[in-house]
Design a protein around this ligand. Structure first.
Ligand SMILES: Cc1cc2nc3c(=O)[nH]c(=O)nc-3n(C[C@H](O)[C@H](O)[C@H](O)COP(=O)(O)O)c2cc1C
Length: 350
């Protein structure tokens, strides 16, 4: 299979310019490691701030990849930065970041925070002290955020997340295509790699963004439809029948489960179901919580939180994460070749 070489693949030494993002309450050690084994980069999540669970996931990943205790771990870890910022005593937040860094992970991902630069400094200080070279991914939702993250904070990779994205994101984000294009236009050529996130379903979509000048792509929703994600069969079945039109940006899910405190402008895209309908109709939150608790216990997708991006309508099968990455690799190469073949060689004599 032809190799794909982009700023991202060279920077983090991967074969396929695809990353599976940290997905709170959803990613798993086996998902992250299978994506890495497929040639991309898989991320673990610190969820909503459970350091013990994170340590366990890191140990599991190490076991799955059969890497000894002192070896580098070729996966990343992502933090919902506002959850780190909730700890007024920052040593508790540092515990979490240090758990990842002491495992010598390849990358740390920061998103949805008010003081992301201070957490980046923690990574840089650690690296200096321990002679490591951890790459920092920062999720951005506007050109302005991209400028700050790259110029002021020195982010190594910009994750340009558009409005189509599944899970949490900025309600003010432009569509992924516009966001990626404007970031590439306004940042210098030698700036950090830009990866596209939001609404992508397959290798053709990734190839389209590579031809625009992006260095890679993030697919979240697509990896929910793998046996390795923590979604239940009922949640996966709902995703398989969902269409782009059946997703909605909402805070209903956060209200119901009490995960509140997101920075201004952040909400999440999920599948419209009874939770969203009844929240919008004004049902009292306690009653709604009771219905969700009961519905979840019988695996009823109408009463479960199911995040999804707009690309969900094109996702028709459940497949192992490693094979998925390998197949997308092939599709990217096929599409890029087909694109190049559209250019006619100049005719001699013309
Ligand atoms: C279930 C789910 C959970 C997510 N959790 C996080 C998270 O914890 N941190 C984060 O930065 N992004 C999170 N995201 C967003 C992803 O980073 C990514 O931007 C998004 O999945 C891309 O859009 P797509 O789902 O249409 O591929 C999540 C997405 C999903 C689907």
């Amino acid at each position: 299979m032809a190799q794909i070489s982009t700023k991202l693949t060279r920077l983090i030494d991967i074969n396929v310019p695809i990353t599976c993002p940290p997905m709170a309450n959803t990613s798993s050690a086996v998902l992250a490691t299978e994506v890495t084994l497929g040639g991309g980069l898989g991320f673990l999540t610190a969820d909503y701030g459970d350091v013990q669970a994170l340590r366990q996931s890191l140990a599991d990943a190490r076991g799955l990849l059969k890497i000894e205790a002192t070896g580098n771990l070729p996966i990343g870890v992502g933090f919902l930065t506002w959850k780190l910022e909730e700890h007024h005593d920052s040593s508790r937040a540092y515990d979490m970041i240090d758990a990842a860094l002491s495992n010598k992970v390849k990358a740390i991902w920061f998103s949805f925070g008010r003081h992301i630069h201070t957490w980046i400094q923690r990574v840089r200080q650690w690296d200096k002290l321990h002679l490591q070279d951890t790459k920092v991914f920062v999720l951005v939702s506007s050109l302005q955020e991209a400028k700050v993250a790259s110029k002021d904070w020195g982010a190594d990779v910009l994750v340009a997340q558009g409005i189509e994205a599944g899970g949490h994101g900025a309600s003010y984000a432009p569509p992924t295509l516009s966001l990626v294009t404007s970031i590439l236009k306004h940042l210098p050529e030698n700036g950090p790699p830009v990866v596209a996130a939001g609404g992508l379903s397959n290798g053709s979509h990734v190839a389209a963004f590579l031809t625009l000048g992006a260095s890679g792509a993030v697919l979240g929703t697509r990896f929910l439809l793998t046996p390795e994600s923590r979604y239940t069969d009922a949640q996966r079945a709902r995703l398989l029948t969902a269409s782009a039109e059946s997703t909605v940006r909402t805070l209903a899910f956060d209200q119901v489960r009490g995960t509140l405190g997101w920075p201004e402008g952040i909400d999440g895209r999920g599948t419209r179901n009874a939770i969203v309908d009844q929240f919008e109709a004004g049902l009292g939150i306690e009653e709604l919580r009771a219905r969700v608790k009961e519905g979840t216990s019988r695996d009823d997708p109408d009463y479960m939180i199911i995040w999804a991006g707009t690309g969900v309508g094109d996702m028709t099968e459940i497949k192992g994460a490693k094979v998925l990455v390998q197949e997308m690799h092939q599709e990217i190469v096929r599409r890029l070749k087909a694109g190049a073949a559209l250019i006619e060689a100049e005719k001699v004599g013309n």
